[in-house]
Design a protein around this ligand. Structure first.
Ligand code: HEM
Length: 399
């Protein structure tokens, strides 16, 4: 098929919670197919669960963002070979030592230690909702500020830099076709982080940046520019994916009233509900991008060396060969094969934090606003058009 004839990706979703219908057709007829990005680049879209795991663990598949074939889907991702690289662009071998220095702060125990603080922060935002006159947009009043504050607190970002970072992070994860000037936003974003790291270099504190800096120095691997990329990546990933996840999980909960009621009655249900809803909403559908270093045959289709691929999380997490009736929300199902946080060496570093945050949001909403419900008819919310992250722009609710 010609480049012009390949379907555009990402496509506008009719409903943020019904993304799987398109993938169901592809899984049946073309599980490995070609799509065209807004940049004009042709890449491969992979939609099955087995194929997801195969692609993400194959040594012929690389996460190297600077490779000319790597998909150009997010304006923030650096595609220049000369620029600094972080673990998210590294492959097996090189990736491990870098990732371990960061993992040290994101394990279950480390997150659990900060749970009380996180819950207090989330509760303060939910408490503020009560003072507003409904209908209230839960995206602007809850999802965005909670996600931005949690990651900023966790990383120790000072108050003075938060607003600007937040604004720039949104530009850098929007639809590339409608992003006014991604290079300027990228440069501004990196300049803010650069200042924070420079301050920590002069006067290191016992905060996330300070500890990371000393781990790199201790290993003799310190590189200022690389740390700018690394912290920037955490801010973006921690803020954007999580804010969309909060909005979508709440939307799905409010549409599945029986599960909402179950959480209202018993907060202990929340962790399971959150895990199932994360599978169901597939927020990070297209973040798993790669490039084939060698010819690679997946499900009978050969992806030629040098070509980019988008390994769809929604395609995998809605595969009926793994999840019975994937279109249903079932909090009793086995979720051990869910890939909501990815698979393989690049599996999400922030998964413990994101889960804790979502559980805090859901339990806090259920406790403080048990009568929460959606305000507008379901088609009334404008979606994020063309965004590689699944999400909603507004979530009008009342109680
Ligand atoms: C519900 C919220 C979140 C979802 C659904 C999510 C999803 C994902 C997925 C699917 C990947 C794999 C990407 C790949 O294989 O290329 C990933 C990686 C990553 N995530 Fe998350 N994420 C979330 C929250 C967070 C948070 C809170 C942080 C920051 C603390 C974070 C930081 C990262 C980083 C740095 C990576 C790259 C890891 C590596 O390359 O080794 N994410 N995430």
């Amino acid at each position: 098929m010609s480049a012009e004839g390949d379907p555009a990706f990402p496509w506008l979703r009719d409903d943020p919670l019904a993304i799987q219908s398109r993938y169901a057709w592809l899984r049946e007829h073309a599980p490995v197919s070609r799509v065209r990005l807004a940049s004009g680049q042709q890449v491969w879209l992979i939609v099955g669960h087995d194929e997801f795991r195969a692609a993400l663990t194959d040594a012929r598949v690389s996460a190297d963002h600077a490779h000319p074939g790597y998909p150009t889907l997010f304006p923030i991702v650096r595609h220049d070979t000369a620029g600094p690289r972080t673990y998210s662009a590294m492959d097996r071998g090189e990736h491990g030592p870098h990732r371990r220095r960061v993992d040290a702060d994101f394990g279950e125990r480390q997150v659990a230690r900060r749970r009380k603080q996180l819950e207090a922060l989330v509760t303060s935002y939910v408490g503020r909702l009560r003072k507003l006159t409904p209908p209230v947009d839960l995206v602007t009043e809850l999802a965005e500020p909670v996600a931005a504050s949690v990651i900023a607190d966790y990383l120790g970002i000072p108050e003075r830099s938060r607003h600007q970072l937040d604004k720039l992070a949104r530009i850098l994860t929007a639809d590339p076709a409608s992003t006014p000037n991604p290079s300027a936003a990228s440069a501004d974003f990196r300049a803010v982080i650069d200042d924070l790291i420079a301050a920590s270099e002069r006067d290191p504190a016992d905060d996330f940046i300070g500890r990371l800096l000393s781990r790199y120095r201790w290993d003799g691997a310190y590189d200022h520019a690389q740390l700018v990329e690394l912290i920037g990546g955490l801010v973006i990933a921690g803020q954007q994916t999580t804010s969309h996840a909060i909005a979508l999980v709440v939307l799905a909960l409010l549409r599945h009233r029986a599960i909402w009621n179950a959480v209202v009655e018993d907060a202990a249900v929340a962790p399971r509900a959150v895990d199932e809803l994360l599978r169901f909403v597939s927020v990070a559908d297209a973040v798993t991008m790669r490039v084939a270093l060698d010819d690679l045959t997946l499900d009978g289709t050969t992806i030629p060396a040098g070509e980019g691929m988008i390994v769809s999380g929604a395609g995998a997490d809605h595969d009926p060969r793994v999840f019975d009736h994937p279109e249903r929300v079932d909090i009793t199902r086995d979720l051990s094969r869910s890939v909501a946080f990815g698979y393989g060496i690049h599996k999400c570093i922030g998964q413990n934090l994101a889960r804790a945050e979502l559980v805090a949001v859901v339990t806090s909403l259920a406790r403080i606003l048990p009568g929460l419900r959606l305000e507008l008819s379901e088609t009334a919310w404008p979606l994020s058009p063309g965004s590689p992250i699944n999400g909603v722009r507004a979530l009008w609710s009342t109680w």
